[in-house]
Design a protein around this ligand. Structure first.
Ligand code: ATP
Ligand code: ATP
Ligand code: MG
Ligand code: MG
Lengths: 253, 253
């Protein structure tokens, strides 16, 4: 099973958007996908389940109150499954840090995961408890980079954290790659920023870039990934391309 | 002197962009403006001063090492002045909280401020030390709201914090108003979001909305506000309109 944490402590770079639309894309390509919202702010949960969701959440799973199967909700008919976030995760973040082995809580809770090909974990814009937990539970990290002047901001700390987890708690942990998001063709410095990113990370940068598109703004309003309501849009197709590019790399190994 | 804190604990809603371009607009309209970067992440400082700035910062001012006049740097010839941020502010945030009267540090440091008509304070996406400090130092709060599905997210806590400061530490504190940012005409739910915002805050919502424009992405690359390199652009003109609308409200009182 591929277990991919989507992370970047810089806010608003497209983690949640990537998590949602990659989940939909992998499902479209025939994979069984479980999408976990590990952000206490719950942007992903609010984007797909809207308010008033009353079922089990990641909090219940991490506390051992609920199994993964009870908490997993279908995001849409014949699509992918989600484990929603909850604001209770905020308190848990603080509480966990004082417990021995707190970094493994996620991994242990998801150990017996069956019936899925891909686990995608959306993390908060921090390098604290939830994100560290997702790095311990995952076997790779996908890093979205927003195509603007501050694209590379914060990366040294992020990569250092990944290296730390790899050497101490999770030797399996790899970098899945970097995906450039919100590429705006009318931004005249976009090509410069892309080459700067490639200068540092070369083969780890996916060829597929995600274009800036107003359809992503519609997505949380409609409560659906782009593939559901705008399958021919550039945004939808690029995420399918990204999913294919990721699968291509897996086959090549 | 108008002292305006620009705040919203939601990240990426346009606080820094508004701080920079309002400063330039007020200066263009003849006001003497001091722009303070109170965000330890220093996005404003990096956008206008680029890397390698070696002078005095807000940290030095708050520690009493430097006066405001020594730390204030001209953002551009005959424009406005900036007090840059510094990563040392991160440590100060933690340190301050354990000191008696920590919320007044900012206010005290800027008490004898002369020679300016407008003080603009850019705050971090948090409701912690630096932001509380800016609320105590300021006499009003300008709240940018990003025109997307989550526009109203976090507002209850923000307004509660403002109310708390007003009733305890700063009876002068008012809400300057709400400014809608990143309005994208091609986003078909934009009008719905605007009316939702107006439903809650009506006369406090500025008529002027800031359009989504790729020129704002160029701004930190060029190290200048839009008025400097794209004075005829919609983005530049809307910020001047906003400045005029704010000044109009001041005259009306
Ligand atoms: N390709 C795109 N084109 C246009 N808007 C986009 C695109 N990708 C994401 N967005 C928008 O940018 C904002 C931030 O995206 P998103 O929430 O996915 O980032 P994030 O990294 O998860 O943020 P956070 O760090 O707060 O969790 C959202 O309003 C989203 O709709
Ligand atoms: N009107 C606009 N059109 C297009 N892009 C914009 C606009 N306003 C801001 N941006 C871009 O959106 C991003 C976030 O803006 P900004 O940094 O001003 O927000 P912020 O609230 O200060 O963020 P933070 O909470 O991280 O401090 C930046 O990349 C900026 O260039
Ligand atoms: Mg997110
Ligand atoms: Mg900012």
């Amino acid at each position: 099973m591929r277990k991919i944490a989507i992370a970047n402590q810089r806010p608003g770079v497209g983690k949640t958007t990537t998590a949602i639309n990659l989940a939909a894309s992998f499902a479209f390509l025939g994979k069984r996908v479980l999408l976990v919202d590990a952000d206490p702010q719950g942007g992903l949960t609010k984007s797909l389940l809207h308010d008033g969701y009353k079922g089990r959440t990641l909090y219940d799973v991490l506390q051992g109150i609920s199994g993964v199967d009870d908490a997993a909700v279908p995001a849409e008919p014949r699509g992918f499954y989600i484990i929603p976030s909850s604001s209770e995760l905020q308190g848990l973040e603080v509480e966990l840090r004082s417990q021995k082995g707190w970094e493994r809580r996620f991994k242990d809770a998801f150990k017996k995961l069956e019936g899925f090909d891909i686990l995608l974990i959306d993390s908060p814009p921090t390098l604290s408890t939830m994100t560290v937990n997702s790095f311990v539970a995952a076997n790779s990290v996908l890093i979205p980079l927003q195509c603007d002047y501050f694209a590379l901001e914060g990366l040294p700390q992020l990569l250092k954290t990944i290296k730390l987890i790899k050497s101490s708690l999770n030797p399996m942990l790899e970098i899945e790659g970097f995906v450039i998001t919100m590429y705006d063709r009318r931004f005249r410095f976009a090509p410069n920023i892309v080459s700067e990113i490639k200068k540092y990370f070369d083969e780890k940068v996916f060829e597929t870039t995600i274009p800036r598109s107003v359809r992503f703004l519609e997505s949380p309003v409609l409560g659906k990934p782009l593939l559901s309501f705008a399958p021919d849009s550039k945004g939808a197709r690029r995420y399918v391309d990204l999913a294919r590019e990721m699968m291509g790399k897996w086959e090549a190994v």
